[in-house]
Design a protein around this ligand. Structure first.
Ligand code: AHG
Ligand code: MN
Ligand code: MN
Length: 337
């Protein structure tokens, strides 16, 4: 019989020591919440879950019904689990402490409850992204503050996402490679379908929103120009382009068959620091990509080394196949020298 999520995590805990009992139980709770979100997503119009609300989130984005519902599912599932001290999310202005009357643990959970909002109503793959950090030593005897979340991505103890697509899948790292699980909907269990995802070092496929070309910085423009020139250009091969506009789905393709994903910062005022959020989009995805042998940068530096300054901080993201991302890095550093 194939292994399931619980067996995989127990084995990681027992033989590799990459996961503690606390984190193992926390991940099982997150996975259970993702199952519930996937269920709501799949109901679509029948469940009355499509469409927008009147409200906006802290970043001024209109909230979809599923953004809010998914946030509630994750909060509710994780509040009483006993493995967390606090949570933070794209859909909440500030942190959410575990209420007094519930048991607490020494972990912090961050999430983008529903990634790819623009794809919800058109039945295209969307997902949930999550990141697990430990409560810093100095904060263990007091109330958690926002600053306790502001840890560089290399300190994550686990990261992953669920993708709600033709299959519902969970992709996870606890710091020892990347495993993927497929939801067996009849049995209700996450079945291990790949123990070690590996991103090929080379690729001939890129993902970027080309409609922003006129706003890009020169190194990004140079790289995409090179790709577009195909066999006649400096890269000597023809490139294919894909852009799903759900980071989860684009990164999932890259973890499966390689490629480069780019949402660079650009000259628009709203994207000067980037569009994607460091703490619950870029950091967890960067940990997964690195654990699968890929590379992830903001243009000039490794994303996992960035010291965060805010819960909702944005960052440029260029990730995927190692040799291509290294080339983009080279273009950026050549540009600043
Ligand atoms: P979210 O739905 O959580 O706000 O994230 C959407 C993000 C990301 O998933 C995707 O890569 C990007 O926004 C798409 O942006 P464009 O619509 O600008 O292409
Ligand atoms: Mn998102
Ligand atoms: Mn979102």
């Amino acid at each position: 019989m194939k292994k399931n999520l619980t067996q995989y995590l127990v084995e990681q805990q027992r033989t590799k020591g990459t996961v503690t009992a606390d984190v193992r139980l926390l991940l099982e709770t997150v996975a259970r919440a993702c199952k519930a979100i996937g269920h709501a997503v799949s109901k679509g119009a029948l469940g009355g879950v499509l469409g927008s609300l009147e409200s906006e989130n802290v970043q001024g984005e209109v909230q979809k019904k599923l953004d809010v519902l998914s946030n509630e599912i994750l909060l509710e599932a994780n509040e009483w689990g006993g493995n967390l001290a606090a949570m933070a999310s794209e859909e909440m202005d500030t942190l959410h402490r575990i209420p007094e009357y519930y048991p607490k643990g020494d972990n912090l959970l961050l999430f983008d409850p529903l990634d790819g909002s623009s794809n919800i109503d058109v039945n295209v793959s969307i997902g949930t992204i999550f990141s697990v950090l430990q409560v810093p030593e100095e904060a263990r005897q007091r109330d958690i503050q926002e600053i306790d979340f502001l840890q560089a991505g290399y300190k994550q103890v686990a990261a992953g996402y669920a993708v709600y697509g033709p299959q519902t899948m969970l992709i996870l790292t606890v710091g020892d490679g990347v495993a993927s699980f497929t939801l067996d909907k009849e049995m209700g269990s996450w079945v291990l379908t790949s123990e070690r995802l590996c991103i090929p070092e080379d690729t001939a496929e890129f993902a970027i929103n080309m409609s922003n070309m006129r706003h890009w910085e020169p190194p990004v423009k140079r790289y995409i120009d090179d790709c577009l020139q195909g066999v006649e250009g400096p890269l000597g091969k023809n490139y294919n382009m894909r852009w799903i506009a759900s980071m989860v789905a684009d990164v999932h393709r890259i973890l499966t068959r390689g490629g480069v994903f780019m949402y660079p910062r650009d000259k628009r005022a709203s994207v000067r620091e980037g569009k994607l959020r460091l703490m619950y989009e870029a950091n967890p995805m960067s940990m997964l990509v690195e654990q699968a042998g890929g590379m992830s940068i903001d243009g000039v530096q490794r994303i996992l080394d960035i010291q965060p300054t805010g819960l909702h901080q944005r960052v440029g993201v260029i990730l995927g196949s190692k040799n291509e991302v290294a080339r983009v890095l080279k273009y950026h550093t050549a540009d600043t020298n």
